[in-house]
Write a protein that binds this ligand. Sequence first.
Ligand code: BG6
Length: 505
Amino acid sequence: MVDAANPFREGLTQERIPEPCTVVIFGASGDLTKRKLVPALYSLARDRMLSRCAIVGFARRPLENVFRQQMLEGVNEHARRRPVHPEMWESFSSRIHYHQGAFDQLEDYVSLKRTLEEVEKQNNIPPNRVFYLSTPPSSFGTIVRNLGAAGLVPKDGPHYARVIIEKPFGVDYESAQKLNRELYEVLDENQIYRIDHYLGKETVQNLLVFRFANAIFEPMWNNRYVDHVQITGAEALGVEGRGGYFEEAGILRDMVQNHLLQVLCLAAMEPPVAFDADSVRDEKLKVLRALRPMKTADVKNHVVRGQYTSGSVLAKRVPGYREEGGVDPQSNTETYVGLEIHIDNWRWSGVPFYLRSAKRMPKRVTEVAIHFKANPLSLFGSESVVQNILAVRIQPDEGISLNFGSKVPGPAAAVAPVSMEFRYASSFGAEPPEAYERLLLDCMLGDGTLFTRGDWVMESWKYVSAIHRGWEELGGEPATYEAGTWGPSESEAMLSRSGRAWRRP
Ligand code: BG6
């Protein structure tokens, strides 16, 4: 057990207080602002991890008179640091402002600049500015162009101007390339912070700490000892009123292109030369570059797409995907995808990485499971062979477990599988910061380690767009699976061909 003197706070406060700044949120009337962004900023302020920070909401609707109140509701409902502390809220909310404007009107950015100068003067904040684009992706290019035209995002100078971009970053290789081009017309790469909230999760970051702060795991982390790796991103939820969006996206774009490929990179990368943004991101990029490209024949054999039909999840009846609101009754959009991925490099040659992600699985679980090779000889009989599995549970019940064989008490040499467990909650006993807290703080500090670099995004789309092309060429419909089950039988068959099976976490 770690000393209870709040280890998380300590880790985060070590010289990690950013200079005073203003966060401008585009799309301030949207859900993310109220549920995640302002609650995250409040919790940071409450934990005294921010020096003065002002917030300016920017959106089309006239919300001047209600914005603070709406943010209070959001903080009361969603902040990690609840209930709201009245004095703290008073000082925090005195720096919340709203600026009504349209994304495509340059004059609204010119007036935004004036608002910012006033807010900064009032609060004695230097012109350090974070622009958070929490808007539909179709507006990213327009906003950045107008920010540039209004002189709000200079590349250098004594103060910073940084832009955080929400997902999705494009819908395929071409659109992501176009978006990157639009950004680079105005911004330098080091001003762009592409968010992937999975990288803000403590347990995702712990993949690196676990691998590179310990001496005993890394020597086994390769094709000499590892048989295969399984990465699971399963949700019990369905599309939750986002049928229209999901129809266009599908699970491959929604979860795999970003979150799960990031997790794969952290699990598979080489040790970086240093723990800084470019060293870490260089290594992650190398993993993507080593992925064996998916040709149409590979898509047929190594990719399974599925779609849920009605069923029962967590003891509740739920409709099938085609019956969800906003979904075409003949939709072929995938809500499940299972992939066999090969990383053609020295470390991983011959070790398949099986990756699956889906909606309407029996439960929510995100994990990376390293399946080790069997002994060269089974001394205790063939029934006693236990597969050693190291499972890093990203969520929920965050922790790490190691399965191994142990002698069953008694006169016989019988072996049974047992497990050694580490649980965050019991070892640290403190609630870790929310992903958005960490990411906002890192952006203010100019630390891009946990953000996606432009070249990574392009490489991941290259891989994923080839799968979409393969599906188009092959035609046909996704396999089906009943809501509340672990996916289509075709996915089980993909693993059983090599004598393997998906875990039931
Ligand atoms: C989002 C996806 O990026 O991640 C959602 O758009 C998904 O469809 C969500 O539900 C999962 O995030 P988390 O943090 O709940 O695992």
